[in-house]
Design a protein around this ligand. Sequence first.
Ligand code: ADP
Ligand code: MG
Ligand code: ZN
Length: 479
Amino acid sequence: MKYEPVIGLEIHAELLTNSKMFCGCSADHASASEPNVNICPTCAGLPGALPVANKKAVELAALVGLALNCSINKRSAFARKNYYYPDLPKGYQISQFDFPIAEKGWLEVNADEKNQLKVRVRRAHIEEDTAKLTHEKNYALVDFNRSGVPLLEIVSEPDMRTVEAALDYATKIRAILRYLGVNSGDMEKGVLRFEANISVRPVDSDELRKRTEIKNLNSFRALVRASQYEIERQIKIYESGGTVEQETLGWDDARGVTISQRSKEDAHDYRYFPEPDLPPLNLSDEWIQSIREQLPELPEAKTARFMADFALTPSEARLLTSELSLANYFEEAVRHAKSSPKTVSAWIAGEFMRNLNERNAQPVAVPAESLAQIVDMVADKVIGASAGKTVLTELFERGGDPAQIVKEKGLAQISDEGFIQEIVAKILDDNPSEIEKYHAGKETLLQWFVGQAARATKGKADPVLTKELTLKGLEERRK
Ligand code: ADP
Ligand code: MG
Ligand code: ZN
């Protein structure tokens, strides 16, 4: 029997606010000087301390909801999710249950190479992060800097049927969060975590079988590997006649296996009830509208515009819009360049990205105007393409002015036909036996002759012209 996976994702995203969700402590746990400095009775869970909802967090949550095509509930409420763990000393997490701030949205993703898929977003609700535990040999340490940091949990319907779709969904959500400025997307800092819910079923059936949930996936790589592993594991169980148990799994990245943590609890195990210390959120139409007006152009819309305005292919446009900073950079370079946007895009996708990745740099490391100058100099044949790459690398390494670098390094291209003609003629005349072989049919020698000419000019001769003149010279020498 052939099986297909059914995947639903839960994404936990910390919201970039100054203060925590229910108290005034700094929410910036990543740059805290030491453990337990951003702490007060509320986020330490002392009895009697009262929470106050963070307005900014509510705004950011609504902004994400709108970006994911959700409807924003005019009335949403907080609820207590009861469970005890040392990183949650209150004995409950304040979350939203029956009345989340946003629900019923969707996001279009790539199901595979050819097909698009509309993944339904079931809900997005506000909650608070837990404290952080560090396990030592015989004891554990708890750091409350993270306790109470605002979190948005975005829950999809089980609509994905491939790991590619899940990866694309997660990638697009991260890009949207970064475009909105509500989350840095720094997964190594734990500010964005994925949970994959996975079941498998016979292809073409529409049953929803028992699923497992893999917790705390902290990278795209972990999401992909854990999902693939879990799909295979479940298929093997069914093929050997067994049944999959509903459970919560962890992912052991070093060993590449999922491990059982506990049997998965159902919602009723948490004994949710309305949070008595917080009033419900009543959001007016005007307020929701004012948030909607803050929505920037999102990656999908920008991709479509880049394709329409700049004649880019979908993959060219998608690369440029993958990061807002890169998209802005591209548009600025286009404004400065005489060359076509397509040419600018090709430079960014190639040499520019290579430099960025190699150096882990930001686009602004090289002014967009300088990139435009390089692209134009190559297009105008002032320098050759490989000299253009040299100038770009130089700008990444030391900065400076492109024209000045061309001058200093003597990179200007030679396009003087008479000059190149002379060099080509000399090379041809010096190599009569190679010419003979060429005329006898060894056409690959053309490239060898061109290479000799390039060497003679230290690569500065216009390569197209050189090739043309070499070919002409070879033909003239046919008897
Ligand atoms: P909860 O975690 O509160 O129990 P659900 O079980 O309804 O909520 O859903 C949690 C996540 O699991 C959602 O992202 C949903 O899409 C996904 N999910 C639910 N059922 C299945 C299933 N049979 N296979 C795969 N994913 C599922
Ligand atoms: Mg869950
Ligand atoms: Zn606090």
